[in-house]
Ligand binder design. Structure first.
Ligand SMILES: [Fe+2]
Length: 162
């Protein structure tokens, strides 16, 4: 871990589903990128921080929609409560972004720590539970043949849950 990183990927964060693990790694990378633009501490870093936040918000939306599509596709029993966690988090992030844009009481460091803590706690509880459910489905053969389409930026990509 360098001074510019507040979080590093650890194998214990894996939920056993490569598609989702890869996206979680990207979330961690974005959190570190935000942290790096915080510690830069220069006035000029405001623009880069805003740009990084925008990228992070977009990616968070993309990642949540991936998980939600997977949950819907497999009729995940905790879909609604899991989705509610996502929605609540996005709302909180957008409030912070708004505070930042308008120059209200926004503390970049506190925001990045909030982001890091939320992501790790969410992976450890909600996403692990989803991972276990998917792994059990996989073991019972119920995931066979299931694919889902996730639109990634400009080009549509076919992603396999397995
Ligand atoms: Fe999630």
């Amino acid at each position: 871990m360098t001074d510019d990183n507040i979080v590093v990927w650890h194998n214990s964060y894996s939920i056993g589903i490569p598609l989702i693990d890869e996206q979680h790694k990207e979330l961690i990378r974005l959190t570190n990128q935000l942290f790096a633009s915080c510690v830069a501490g220069r006035e000029s870093s405001k623009a880069s921080f805003m740009e990084t936040i925008r990228g992070a918000v977009d990616y968070i939306g993309y990642h949540f929609s991936t998980e939600e599509k997977v949950m819907e596709r497999v009729n995940y029993p905790d879909y609604l409560s899991h989705k509610k966690e996502h929605t609540k988090f996005v709302k909180e992030v957008l409030i912070e972004v708004d505070d930042f844009k308008s120059g209200r009481s926004f503390v970049p460091n506190a925001f990045v720590h909030f982001l890091k803590n939320w992501v790790l706690a969410h992976i450890a509880v909600c996403d692990k539970k989803l991972g276990e459910y998917l792994i059990n489905l996989k073991k019972s053969g119920s995931l066979q043949g299931i694919t889902l389409r996730v639109k990634q930026e400009a080009n549509g990509q076919r992603l396999v849950i397995r």
